[in-house]
Design a protein around this ligand. Structure first.
Ligand code: ADP
Ligand code: ZN
Ligand code: ZN
Length: 692
């Protein structure tokens, strides 16, 4: 339950998670609760509270922040209140009569009335009809043309789907059989193999029985197309929630979930903590996606917490992906998860052909080899679509002086500034600081500044000059800034007209562009020799995802991979034997090197303006690390040591089992705040870290 408590001169929101019968502090030191803003209503269910309790113990994070993370932003604020249950509007007899007359001048009113002709309409339906819908609605209520009533739970009204292929049917049967029990399912199939159809069939069953279900998708995958596909098939509008919504909308979604009115919630990471009293299934689509791990504050893995939540509830969880994370891969390989492979493409399209292009001694133009350029030309000549993938936005990743060698670096990070030619700015992609592009070299005053390397902006310009007749569409965060822009671009791609797509990983994920027959991967070489032990895994996942864009429909596809290392062992395995073999090889390497998922890690991260403070703190922390079977290593500088003006270092704790790791963390973390150097630094614990 939420309470308002005095805190110094301010009031703050607190959440009661437990009632104790005695206090460690003397009574006169305690403050009185000032108010219960939600009257009798609870904001956490017993089930979510138990889950959060597990979270703060597992992730060693402050309980207050963990609980607040689970609340919609408005309920974290003093002025926020739980809204009344959502209403729906229907026509009164007078309103029905009004509808029989011609619209007249007040078109917005008429449009809203029309929406209710077939039955009650909800806010989310009416919102789309007029920008002034709230005012218009008030007018209609005043005139007694409509009445409001508490909303009914959405009625399932499914439209028939395609006949399932055998592999799909087997997965549906297995998941259905596990309803009512905790069980993990890995649904392993490339994009287009029909995973979403499997989700839909199982969802239909659950919703038929009056249950609730939760579908989590990566940040980038929650598109209007996805939502409308669920809506069309299930016959009602799922409740959607993500961080891009207004606080009011997020609160409304939360209230719908909690009241049971929301039968299906589709959301990003944070939706995992919604109160869902009838929850019977959790699905995590693209489970390998990095956005499922929260990277600051309360650093949790939505995948792991989803599995935990399902276990607590005794319901199944489905992890869908073409490229399982090594964690999930090994859980499935060890039979802890059921492994359902979808190897046929549901649409009958053939697997794309790979062509590895050795870049050594090739003629290059703006990052594209002449061979790849020719292939693009041929594709466009056939009036087909080609996609050029480069995971780097901007014009050039660095700008330098040809006279003296000066280059533009971020003052606050260990990173170069990216040249954005269109906006004439140099930007840091890590701290968002930036400056105008200088005309002369700031060091030697020569007029000799030039970009080095390529980004998508440059690729777009170069390709536009080579193929001036072809429409060119760029997909990256700079080009797709405006709301609706992504949909506008992808609608254009879907017309099937010949065009050239240039983009970052925004193009790699989840979107159906069935007419693309050629994919060119410009450069992934960095990952082959990275210091990050997860770089290869991520590269493989990205390659499979990008390749999945090619030849999705009837047309066969080709993927050209440009690389300076065509003989790299991991590349060869991936291309010749596929992701499963690739993941098995990576697993063997990880096991040999005693790395996760075969060992368990936590980081003690610390940052401060002064490097000495950080190192002093970590050294003190290391000294009080309890002896036992978990080992502590470091201090090490973070891979990007300086970021946003702060120096970042860490200690690495590693153990052979999860319980050993936790036993030692529990005997250590509570004492860190008392270290003398702790006052001068920021620090946090990252259990199961993904980045270093
Ligand atoms: P995924 O979720 O794995 O990307 P989808 O479920 O979106 O795959 O399926 C890809 C396409 O194939 C969709 O257009 C879908 O309607 C179609 N599809 C899926 N299953 C079948 C099937 N059994 N028969 C025919 N078409 C199917
Ligand atoms: Zn210079
Ligand atoms: Zn920076």
């Amino acid at each position: 339950m939420r309470v308002l408590v005095p805190f110094g001169r301010r009031k703050m929101v607190g959440v009661v998670v437990e009632i104790a019968d005695k206090s460690e502090l003397p009574l006169e030191k305690l403050s009185k609760v000032e108010a219960y803003p939600d009257a009798e209503q609870l904001v956490l269910t017993g089930e979510t509270l138990e889950l959060l309790n597990w979270c703060w113990r597992y992730y060693k994070h402050a309980p207050g922040e963990v609980v607040f993370n689970a609340l919609p932003p408005l309920l974290r604020k003093v002025e926020g209140v739980i809204p009344p249950l959502p209403v729906q509007y229907s026509l009164t007899a007078a309103g029905g009569k009004r509808l029989q007359e011609p619209p007249g001048r007040i078109k917005a009113q008429y449009r809203l009335l029309e929406e209710m002709r077939e039955g009650a309409a909800t806010d989310s339906q009416l919102r789309k009809l007029a920008s002034t819908w709230r005012k218009t609605l008030a007018r209609l209520l005043e005139q007694d043309w409509i009445r409001s009533e508490t909303q009914e739970p959405a009625q399932l009204n499914p439209a028939p789907g395609p006949v399932l292929l055998d592999e799909q049917q087997a997965a549906v049967t297995a998941i259905s059989d596990s309803l009512g029990n905790f069980h993990c399912h890995l649904l392993d199939g490339v994009t287009g193999s029909g995973k979403t159809e499997v989700y839909l069939c199982v969802l239909e069953q659950i919703l038929q029985q009056g249950g609730q279900a939760l579908l989590l998708v990566p940040e980038i995958g929650l598109t209007p197309q996805l939502v409308s596909r669920f809506q069309k098939r299930l016959g009602f509008e799922p409740v959607v929630t993500h961080s891009g919504l207004s606080e009011g909308q997020r609160l409304a979604a939360w209230a719908m979930a909690k009241s049971g009115l929301a039968r299906l919630v589709i959301g990003t990471r944070s939706a995992l903590f919604l109160p869902l009293p009838d929850l019977q299934l959790i699905i995590l689509d693209e489970e390998h996606d990095a956005s499922f791990k929260q990277q600051d504050g309360f650093r949790y893995s939505s995948r792991d917490v989803a599995v935990k939540r399902a276990a607590g509830l005794g319901v199944p969880v489905v992890l869908g992906t073409a490229t399982p994370s090594l964690e999930t891969f090994n859980n499935a390989a060890a039979d802890r998860y059921s492994w359902h492979r979808l190897r046929q493409r549901a649409t009958g399209a053939a697997e794309p052909r790979w062509r590895v292009l050795d870049l050594c001694q090739q003629t290059m133009k703006g990052g594209i080899s002449s061979v790849a350029m020719e292939a693009i030309g041929e594709t466009l000549a056939k009036r087909e679509q080609a996609l050029v993938f480069l995971n780097r936005r901007g014009y050039a990743p660095v700008i330098l002086c040809h006279e003296c060698g000066w280059h533009a670096a971020c003052q606050r990070c260990d990173a170069n500034l990216t040249w954005h030619k269109g906006s004439n700015r140099l930007l840091c992609h890590h701290c968002d600081s930036g400056m105008r592009v200088p005309v002369m070299c700031p060091e030697c005053n020569a007029d000799a500044l030039q970009g080095a390397g390529e980004g998508t902006e440059q690729l777009e310009q170069m390709l536009a000059s080579v193929f001036p007749e072809t429409p060119l569409l760029r997909f990256d965060r700079d080009a797709v800034r405006k709301k609706g822009e992504f949909d506008r671009l992808s609608d254009q791609v879907k017309t099937g007209e010949s065009c050239l797509l240039v983009g970052t990983q925004m193009l790699a994920k989840g979107h159906h562009f069935p007419q693309v027959t050629l994919v060119v991967i410009v450069n992934l070489d960095q990952a082959l020799y990275s210091a990050d032990f997860r770089a290869l895994e991520r590269m493989g996942q990205l390659m499979v995802q990008v390749a999945g864009r090619a030849g999705r429909d009837r047309l066969p596809g080709e993927v050209i991979l440009q690389t300076h290392y065509p003989q790299h062992e991991a590349l060869l395995v991936l291309l010749q034997s596929g992701y499963e073999a690739f993941a098995a090889d990576l697993s063997a390497d990880r096991q040999a090197a005693c790395l996760p998922p075969f060992t368990y890690q936590a980081l003690l991260r610390s940052d401060a303006h002064d490097k000495n403070d950080v190192r002093a703190f970590l050294n003190q922390a290391k000294q009080i690390f309890p002896t036992g079977e978990a080992m502590v290593y470091g201090p090490f500088p973070a891979m990007m040591e300086r970021r946003s003006g702060r120096t970042r270092w860490y200690l690495l704790v590693q153990a052979d089992t999860r319980s050993l790791l936790h036993r030692q963390l529990d005997g250590w973390v509570p004492y860190l705040n008392k270290l003398p150097a702790a006052r001068k630094v920021r620090w946090s614990v990252d259990v199961d870290p993904q980045d270093y």
